[in-house]
Design a protein around this ligand. Sequence first.
Ligand code: HEM
Length: 429
Amino acid sequence: MTDLTTEAAANAGVRTVPADQRAEVVAARYPAHDGAARLYGDSISQDADVLYRRLRAEYGAVAPVLLEGDIPAWLVLGYREAHFVAGRSDLYDRDSARWNAWDLVPPDWPMRTAVGKGDSITWVTGAEHTRRSDAIHDVLAAVDLFEIRDRCERVADELIDTFADRGQAELMYMYAHLIPVQVMANTFGIPAEETAGLVRDLVTLFDHGAGALAAYGRLMGLMTRLIEQRRQGEGFDTISRLLRHRAAYTDDEALQDLFAVIASAQQPVAYWIGNTLRLLLADTRFATSLAGGRRSVGQAMSEVLWEDPPVANFTGRWAVRTGQLGSQRIQAGDMLVLSVAAANNDPEVRPDSAAGPGGNQAYLTFGHGEHRCPFPAQELAEVVAQTAVEVLLDRLPDLTLAVPAEDLVWNPAIWVRGLATLPVTFTPA
Ligand code: HEM
């Protein structure tokens, strides 16, 4: 998950290798990365499955890869290996200060925010993580899922009203991205008049384009104001509950963690909605059944979690000591990227993935181990995504893709699996 509270201290005092010497240093220090595949570039995410298959064939469960700027890392493609790394924080921890490639990282490296150690729940470990994780779990578990479903139905209906009479729509930016946080804002006690700005800023932030930094500033400003207000009175919203929790949160911890929760809720849920709609509309097994009722929305959602996991790859793990992983020798301080998308389709654990997942929920889509997605968050995500899909299909039953399925474009970033746009047509209602 993105943590924008990056602190430069992780690599303070490290002299950056000049750009023209970087390739030489990489070749000498990381010989296994000679000729390694680049995990970036405009078209890579369009054919990510082909890349995973090629890397698996060449290297097995763990492959050397180059991140943006040709910075070396290991891509963990094997299910067992990814499960092991995520579950063994004593061997692979979250402390980016131990990274042995900091001196290769240019000051304007676009991924700094994803690897620089922050102060939120995403980065803290051990007893400190348990204290905060228990609190997040408790406040999310207190959310009434029936209320969430009701609210989601209302939000979905209002959004559909804005385009129902047009006969066509682009569902990612007119629907999917606008739903998750708009639904959750109420739970957080965020005033209605602030919600539209909050949703806009989160979408801008995750698009990483111009205005992302300003959006981040506004989001932190809003959360700070809300925390100050809630300190003054008794409320039953998520922020008030967190501030009252026995974990005794400071204002700064609350700011970091509330932001982490709200940011984690936005993009993955939007992509879960979009990827499910794509499957339902593009795949003949589901397309037939939309009319015939053979396969349900729930089945499509579950298939998406296996095949198109919204958080496709994530980083934030560094080797504590030198050791073997798969057939690779990992050096202390090496960075690992866990590929949920590849691990979920590892032929070692799913020899016949074409058969579909059935009721199997052993995917790594919500992570694993100490930092996995909190269970109440997963339930919340499911209620929101399922309601959003069902209301749309109910209101616009003859929804059809406006372009051939193979022309749909995925978000270019390898880190996520979600459609850039989802154009559809339907009978105006
Ligand atoms: C489809 C929806 C979602 C997916 C695929 C997803 C996926 C993930 C994954 C893979 C991680 C682990 C990252 C790591 O180990 O580095 C994670 C962590 C987290 N997620 Fe989710 N998530 C989803 C929805 C949500 C929602 C709705 C919320 C909040 C309401 C949320 C809150 C969090 C938090 C707070 C963490 C950090 C946990 C920790 O570090 O202890 N997630 N999520």
